[in-house]
Design a protein around this ligand. Structure first.
Ligand code: G3I
Length: 374
């Protein structure tokens, strides 16, 4: 059933439709547009995509850097407490090196047991568990960050350690053994192992009143790290917009939400931290079924978000969490009511550019220049 679309959607539709449609970007790459403003553009990439010549070719054409989607996480790197498996991550590192792409690290510790090493919760740390846990953590970070010290330009040292419900650190196996200094240990060890890399705290805090506790908890964490002189350079804002996997869908940011979000980012900037958008995508779970209307809404929300964020000269990199819909993690999360595949990324399943790509390009063109992360 067709419904009248708003003037804004019609404008977004006509403007974007005129620009997209090319199977390959006829104009400059998104990274080329980003570089003109002191930014870089990239994407998450799974090792499995290396065998997909079309997709990996598009990544090399559009991006200036990649981040392994899962291959540097404990559950992939550490099949057991004794063994490391660097195979998949090394293949992605080689892909980046051979194509002159930058390489981000995600993540030295995802401090959430459900996403950690499978064997960790039942691991026997022996008669002195605190010392043993500290040794394991330091050894992991030295080994992993040290291995890529000459290639990785920034590390998500810690991912998602703030519980959105309480604003406190999540309760985890390592956290229980080492206490809150666990976070400091990770940053100090990462600095020692990879002194050239910028060090990032990465989380999915977002717009909206329901995320206020999460934002507050992240500010508290960052303030503590800065007060203790912990070597941290930036906050990674994941940028999964459009409504969380289970939370309220968002088609537009209200003025109040934008005000509260700016206040949050202003506080982070006030701590002297830089900013990254590390995992950008638009969850269209509750947006219209019609492809043209949905793509227009995705593009409009993305442009609002990027225009707001690019106003901060501290924002240095924008990475999407998948460059094409078929590789988006969102296909495996809370489904749309109509069961249609989601359209959260700049390219569709046939690797055709979508209005979201045009929106990202337009945001980069409109962005103020900033000093690049050299
Ligand atoms: O590779 C195995 C496969 O062998 C097995 O048959 C299959 C079924 O069990 O699982 C496959 O592993 C899956 C992996 O993705 C690779 O596809 C894991 O189960 C699945 O949990 C994993 O999901 C990843 C998720 O993080 C958890 O690690 C998503 O791909 C990835 O996009 C997502 O990314 C996270 C960021 O790291 C942090 N921020 C949020 C973001 C979205 O959740």
């Amino acid at each position: 059933m067709s419904q009248a679309i708003s003037r804004r959607q019609a404008l977004a539709l006509s403007g974007a439709a005129a620009l997209c449609g090319a199977a390959r970007p006829a104009e400059e790459s998104l990274d080329a547009l980003a570089r003109k403003k002191g930014l870089r553009f990239g994407t998450a990439m799974p090792a499995g995509a290396l065998a997909d010549a079309g997709y990996s070719g598009l990544i090399a054409q559009e991006c200036g850097l990649i981040v392994p989607e899962n291959e540097l996480k404990w559950y992939v790197l550490r099949p057991s407490a004794e063994r490391f498996d660097f195979g998949p991550a090394d293949r992605l590192a080689a892909f980046a090196r051979e194509r002159g792409l930058g390489f981000r690290g995600h993540t030295l510790l995802w401090n959430r047991d459900e996403y950690g090493a499978k064997w960790l919760p039942a691991h026997d740390f022996g008669s002195r568990p605190r010392e043993a846990a500290g040794r394991m953590l330091r050894d992991h970070i030295r080994t992993v960050a040290g291995r890529y010290a000459n290639q990785i330009d920034s590390w998500d040292v810690i991912n998602e350690t703030v519980d959105p419900a309480t604003g406190e650190l999540r309760a985890t196996v390592l956290g229980k053994l080492l206490g809150p200094e666990l976070i400091d240990i990770c940053f100090h060890e990462a600095k020692a192992a990879a002194p050239k890399a910028r060090l990032v705290y990465n989380d999915y805090m977002n717009f909206g009143a329901e995320e206020a506790t999460h934002r507050k908890g992240v500010l508290k964490l960052l303030e503590g790290l800065k007060a203790r002189g912990v070597p941290i350079d930036a906050l990674g804002i994941q940028g999964h917009i459009g409504g969380g996997v289970d939370s309220t869908p968002v088609a537009r940011f209200s003025a109040a939400d934008q005000r509260d979000w700016r206040a949050f980012v202003d506080e982070v900037r006030g701590m002297g931290l830089d900013l990254l958008i590390t995992e950008f995508d638009v969850n269209d779970r509750a947006m219209p079924a019609d492809t043209a209307r949905r793509d227009a809404e995705v593009a409009a929300l993305a442009k609002d978000f990027l225009d707001l964020m690019l106003d901060y000269r501290e924002l240095k990199q924008v990475l999407v969490w998948g460059l094409a819909d078929r590789y988006s993690w969102l296909q495996g999360t809370a489904p749309r009511a109509d069961g249609l595949p989601k359209r959260p990324t700049p390219y569709d399943t046939d690797l055709k550019a979508k209005p979201l790509r045009a929106a990202i390009a337009a945001a980069f063109r409109a962005a103020p220049e900033r000093r690049t992360w050299a």
